[in-house]
Write a protein that binds this ligand. Structure first.
Ligand code: 5GP
Ligand code: MN
Length: 344
């Protein structure tokens, strides 16, 4: 039996809201990752089991290694299909916001989300949720939103409504937000849930292959190029940086999602506990930060790059040039020495 992490009154309010609403929209964050898509589709499958009309809308495209997910072809990508998405928002009588803590994380979809009179339910595991939802199911100690969706469904007494497809989506989200259960994955109950999902028929190893082992040739070459040619290691600061320009990305026919995971690679070096990847986009530099132990990647993200996230996995953006962004980072590194000392 899982411990009752989600408060009882939240479970009853959630159950009540779902009971009386029929047209439900599920939204997640820009640059949706495995947990964003996994938790959204898991909830979508569940709501279908209840006979509800539900629609997942994400602000921007998700990486192609998630295309196989059951229900993925029904997702509306706001950037590509704004009119259709706006029509769905207009009809919505309930909106779920999954895997983000502040409306700005839905990017250009923010107005559609905030202007809708439909009540909103947040299910998330990021720190400090903004108050834009009527029901806030926020548990930062839980390693994925997909796990929270599983817990919420079970607490509503509906374990029997979790289909194989729903279970596959939950597994994907739990797996991707923990790097295949290699970080943020020491809560024993994670493995009780995994066990339940496998009993429902989920092939964990197959999902691992689909998510982590379906690189294109270009993508694998890009990751090698990053390590061989682009990685800078700063031993004194136990840090590493990879900064990629648009020109470099184009040489490897960059597709959305191709840099996913590259930021983790320097962490396999002994003595490196903080790794940063900067990727030049057409209008900004996107920054991914990863750390180990108590070193706060999210603090660096918010101090330097207007971002945030989790202690060990965070992100942000920069509107300077790539070179300026790199310089700003290098200059700031000494400021974080104190956290390295705490680590020792
Ligand atoms: P990733 O590096 O995979 O894009 O993001 C890792 C985590 O950092 C995400 O799960 C999210 O919590 C956070 N994150 C990424 N980008 C941003 C951002 O621009 N702003 C904020 N506040 N958090 C971000
Ligand atoms: Mn997540």
């Amino acid at each position: 039996m899982l411990s009752k992490i989600i408060a009882e009154d939240l479970v009853s309010r959630l159950r009540e809201a779902i009971d009386i609403k029929e047209k439900i929209v599920i939204v997640s964050h820009v640059g949706p990752d495995g947990d964003a898509v996994g938790s959204s589709l898991a909830l979508w499958h569940y709501l279908h089991q209840l006979g509800k009309t539900a629609q997942v809308i994400v602000p921007s495209a998700f990486p192609s290694f998630l295309d196989w997910m059951p229900g993925a072809s029904n997702i509306i990508v706001y950037e590509k299909d704004k009119e259709k998405a706006d029509d769905v928002f207009l009809l919505a009588d309930l909106i779920f916001a999954l895997d983000f803590n502040t409306p700005s994380r839905v990017d250009k979809m923010q107005d559609a989300l905030l202007n809708s009179p439909a009540p909103k339910i947040l299910i998330d595991h990021h720190l400090h949720p903004d108050s834009f939802a009527q029901i806030v199911i926020s548990y930062p100690e839980i390693s994925s939103t997909s796990e929270l969706v599983f817990r919420a469904i079970c607490r509503m007494g509906h374990f029997d409504k979790i289909t194989l497809e729903c279970a596959q989506c939950i597994m994907t989200g739990m797996m991707t937000d923990t790097g295949g259960f290699t970080y943020n994955s020491n809560q024993p109950e994670i493995y009780n849930i995994i066990s339940e999902l496998i009993k429902l028929g989920v092939d964990k190893d197959d999902i691992y292959r689909k998510v982590f082992n379906t690189f294109s040739v270009d993508r694998l070459k890009l990751s090698s190029f990053c390590v061989y040619k682009k990685m800078k290691v700063f031993p004194k600061y136990k840090a590493a940086l990879i900064a990629l320009s648009m020109d470099e990305l184009e040489k490897f026919n960059y597709r959305q999602g191709d840099t996913e995971g590259i930021v983790n690679m320097p962490l396999s070096i002994e003595g490196v506990i903080f790794s940063v990847l900067m990727r030049e986009d057409s209008d900004k530099i996107k920054i991914s930060l990863r750390s180990q132990g108590a070193f706060p990647a999210n603090k660096v993200a918010s101090d330097l790059f207007g971002g945030g996230g989790h202690l060990n996995a965070a992100g942000g953006e920069s509107y300077m040039t790539l070179k300026e962004t790199v310089d700003k980072f290098k200059k700031a590194l000494p400021d974080y020495l104190e956290f390295l000392e705490e680590q020792e």
